[in-house]
Structure formats: structure tokens, C-alpha cells
Design a protein around this ligand. Structure first.
Ligand code: CDT
Length: 330
């Protein structure tokens, strides 16, 4: 018997700055119901799926933007989503801005994270993931047409990429920029992950190098398809797309099989539910053959994959001849 789950990618269109939580939660519930109609066990929503992408605005005092953060999950405004999930028997993953109050924090400090939760079909929270790779900048950079101040609004998580047993499989999460890093998938791949859930907000315009603008769609699929194939896992990539507060963001949400093939893709830039039947046993075709880590990986020779940051300078005189064992160029 195969372990198949039906998974939905619930792409969102823009969320306006003044759109309140009740309206956004109603949109999420509508997509959840569409997922139920499609037979979904699990519906995946995007990064920061409850608010506009507020890190595009500079502020001296980020505490003035705390209304964009959730202090509890579920909270009074998100409880209806949990209730509907339980009623329908459909789980979900949802990205949101998380605020940990100083009073609730082990170190007595306030913390802000870019977080995603995974919720089971009975409405219980399976796990929290906090974004590891925080892109953009900390300070106002007025030369940009719009800001990408995630590094001002969110801390980097040091918790890495855990996996959870849920939905009859091994589930992992990552958030937006995390999807561009091979370590993200490999960390979870080494723990046997079978499905990685990824929400994203990706502006088409990349101010530091606009030459990349035309490649946004290509890079989006390239990194997720490679991560899926090289780790024998399903990857579900879900956008908040369309033009939000004047900023155009990539859509192209997709469901990727362990072969690296896209098996479903959104066709709009707005609220849209796509789905696919995901056979988790398909992962073994890759995990037990080409990417049998125990048999073929060579961690003992991957000397530069360590805890260092930045680039390690190569030693002097490392011509290609000298890299061959036994060569003697003296
Ligand atoms: N949200 C997020 O992580 N977006 C980034 C944009 C980076 S441009 C500063 C992404 O990697 O898609």
C-alpha cells in the first residue's frame, strides 16, 4: 500500500496594507474549502500569509509595526481557520510574523521571527519553523524603488531545519529565501524528509542586480526542483504573488515531485488552489538509488562544508595538476 496524500498549494494574491485579519482569514478559509473539495489532506499557504509584506517599509521604531505580528497562534483572529481545518479534516501550513513577548521569552527579550506552522487535520499544531536565511538589509536604502528590510524586522533563527512525522510521512518546512540554499534541503534530506513546504514573497525587481529580474521565475523553479531531486523529496512552493502596494511579486506556485518534475503549477497571480496526489513512497526511488546517502555520499571528503562563513582562500600554487594525488611537481 502506498502512502499517498493529496496536497494543495494555496497561492495568495496581494494583501493590501489596510486589509484586516478577518478579511485575510476569510480568504484562507475559502482556499481551505477549495482544498477540501479537491480532496486535500494538507493545504500550504505562503510566507507572511496574514499581512502585507510590511518589511518593504522603513521605520525607525519597528515596535510601531507590531500590529503585523502574531503574539499567539492560534489567536482570536486566526482561530476560525483552525476551527475550519478541524471541521473539514484538512491540515495546513501557514507563514506569519511571530512576536515573542519579553515576558514569555526565556532571555527576557522581545523576539521577532518569520515563522511557519504546520497544523494537522485535527487542528493541532505539529511544529513551528523559523526562517533561517533572512535576506535584504537592516537600514534604510533610499536608492531602492522599495525596501527589503527583513533583516530589520526579523531575527535569524538558529534552530536549523528540523523535520516532523506527520501526514503519514516526514515533513519539513523552509521559508522563501531559504529555498535558494542547497543546505536547506540537504539538512532535511539527511533526516529523511519526504515533503518540504515552502512559502515565498519574491519581488520581481531585485535592486542590487536588476539583471536577475528576468530570471526570477527560472531561479525559483531551478532551486526547488534541484532540492527535490537531489534529496528525493516532494517540494511544495507557494507564492504570495501579484502587485501588492505597488510591488510586483512572482507567482508560479508549484508542486514538485521527487523526480524534480513540476506536477502542478498555478496559472494566475491571485488567490488560486492547485493540488496533486503526492505518493510519499515515490521518494524511495531516489533515496534508495542514485541518492542513497549511506552508500554514495562522501562527507569525509567534503572538507569545505563546515561551520565557516564566507570564502576560504585557496592555498598558493594550487594548479589543477597539483590537486591530483601522487603528483610531484617539484
Ligand atoms: N521573502 C524573501 O525571502 N524574499 C527573497 C527576496 C530576496 S531580495 C532581497 C527571496 O529570496 O525570494
Amino acid at each position: 500500500m502506498t502512502r499517498s496524500i493529496t496536497v494543495g498549494a494555496a497561492q495568495l494574491g496581494p494583501i493590501a496594507k489596510d486589509e484586516g485579519r478577518p478579511s485575510v482569514v476569510a480568504r484562507l478559509i475559502d482556499l481551505l474549502r477549495k482544498g477540501a473539495e479537491a480532496g486535500c489532506d494538507l493545504v500550504v499557504f505562503p510566507e507572511l500569509g496574514l499581512t502585507t509584506f510590511f518589511p518593504r517599509w522603513y521605520t525607525d521604531d519597528i515596535a510601531g509595526h507590531d500590529h503585523y505580528y502574531e503574539r499567539s497562534m492560534p489567536g482570536p483572529e486566526t482561530q476560525p481557520l483552525f476551527d475550519e481545518a478541524k471541521r473539514l479534516g484538512v491540515g495546513f501550513a501557514l507563514g506569519y510574523a511571530e512576536l515573542v513577548d519579553a515576558a514569555d521569552s526565556p532571555d527576557g527579550e522581545t523576539h521577532r521571527f518569520n515563522t511557519t506552522i504546520l497544523v494537522e487535520r485535527d487542528g493541532s499544531i505539529v511544529g513551528h519553523f523559523r526562517k533561517v536565511h533572512i535576506p535584504g538589509h537592516e537600514d534604510d536604502e533610499p536608492w531602492r524603488p522599495f525596501q527589503h528590510l527583513e533583516r530589520r524586522y526579523f531575527e535569524e533563527s538558529d534552530a536549523g531545519f528540523p523535520v516532523w512525522r506527520a501526514f503519514d510521512g516526514i515533513m519539513g518546512m523552509a521559508t522563501c529565501n531559504d529555498r535558494r540554499w542547497p543546505e536547506t534541503y540537504r539538512e532535511m534530506g539527511l533526516q529523511g524528509v519526504e515533503m518540504v513546504l515552502i512559502g515565498y514573497n519574491t519581488p520581481i525587481h531585485y535592486a542590487p542586480d536588476p539583471g536577475q529580474n528576468a530570471l526570477q521565475g527560472f531561479h525559483n523553479h531551478l532551486c526547488m526542483q534541484a532540492g527535490a531531486y537531489q534529496n528525493g523529496t516532494w517540494v511544495i512552493g507557494v507564492a504570495k504573488g501579484g502587485t501588492e502596494e505597488g510591488v510586483e511579486s512572482l507567482a508560479q506556485s508549484c508542486i514538485i515531485a521527487p523526480s524534480g518534475q513540476i506536477v502542478a503549477q498555478a496559472v494566475s497571480t491571485g488567490d488560486e488552489l492547485i493540488s496533486a496526489v503526492a505518493d510519499l513512497d515515490w521518494c524511495a526511488h531516489y533515496k534508495d538509488t542514485l541518492f542513497n546517502f549511506d552508500r554514495y555520499r562522501r562527507p569525509e571528503v567534503y572538507q569545505r562544508i563546515t561551520n565557516q562563513k564566507g570564502v576560504i582562500e585557496p592555498p598558493e600554487n594550487t594548479g589543477s595538476d597539483q590537486t591530483l594525488a601522487g603528483d610531484d611537481n617539484s
